[in-house]
Design a protein around this ligand. Sequence first.
Ligand SMILES: *[C@@H]1O[C@H](CO)[C@@H](O)[C@H](O)[C@H]1NC(C)=O
Ligand SMILES: *[C@@H]1O[C@H](CO)[C@@H](O)[C@H](O)[C@H]1NC(C)=O
Ligand SMILES: *[C@@H]1O[C@H](CO)[C@@H](O)[C@H](O)[C@H]1NC(C)=O
Length: 206
Amino acid sequence: MTRLRLLVICFLEIIFSCLLITGHTRSSPPLLEKHVALFIFSDSLFDAGNNNYINTTTNFQANFLPYGETFFKYPTGRFSDGRIIPDFIVFRVTIDSNIFAIHKPRITHGVNFASSGADALTETHQGLVIDLQTQLSNFKIVEEQLKKKPGDAAAKTLASNAFYLIDGGGNDYFVALTTNSSVLQSLYSKKQYVDMVIGNLTTIIK
Ligand SMILES: *[C@@H]1O[C@H](CO)[C@@H](O)[C@H](O)[C@H]1NC(C)=O
Ligand SMILES: *[C@@H]1O[C@H](CO)[C@@H](O)[C@H](O)[C@H]1NC(C)=O
Ligand SMILES: *[C@@H]1O[C@H](CO)[C@@H](O)[C@H](O)[C@H]1NC(C)=O
């Protein structure tokens, strides 16, 4: 039931998600020519297994079959039986066929910070997921590591040429609409709530 619910979350998120690919704009298709790092901030749409490593409940983990069955042949932590969008992007930009979870980073290739169940508001599944704000803090930690190795200048170039893939909002709305939450009943109007989600996403993107 709850697992089904998470699958539903995935689908809802496709509707709600705000998918941004930013980075260096260049005229010709550059991706196959050059190494670019990929940094990902998201929820179950793009989580490649980070929640396997955090203290959470099985509702927020996909480390059992049939997850992974079709493509990987074992459960990776992806909320999918096949690949997720970042896997295809990684393939397309040929940086590495591996998608990097926080805990096994080859950080010069980028890091996937996504956490299933997470989103823009800290309150969304608080304590069970890595919210986007924390994902951003984790990115800053990685930036510091990059400044040590390969060094300041290289880190700067890497960050400014990198691809940033950000998705969020789906779980914020899902939580407010599906749990017996007082959020939309007494705390906020729908507009205020949406403004808050968008406001937090905007802050994070900036
Ligand atoms: C994990 O969470 C449970 C329930 O909240 C708690 O009892 C336990 O101490 C936590 N474990 C760690 C290692 O933080
Ligand atoms: C939702 O909350 C109201 C008020 O606290 C309560 O009366 C009701 O039983 C709750 N419904 C569910 C499905 O938990
Ligand atoms: C971000 O969300 C918090 C609640 O988690 C809210 O209090 C705050 O006003 C929001 N920030 C913006 C810029 O909308």
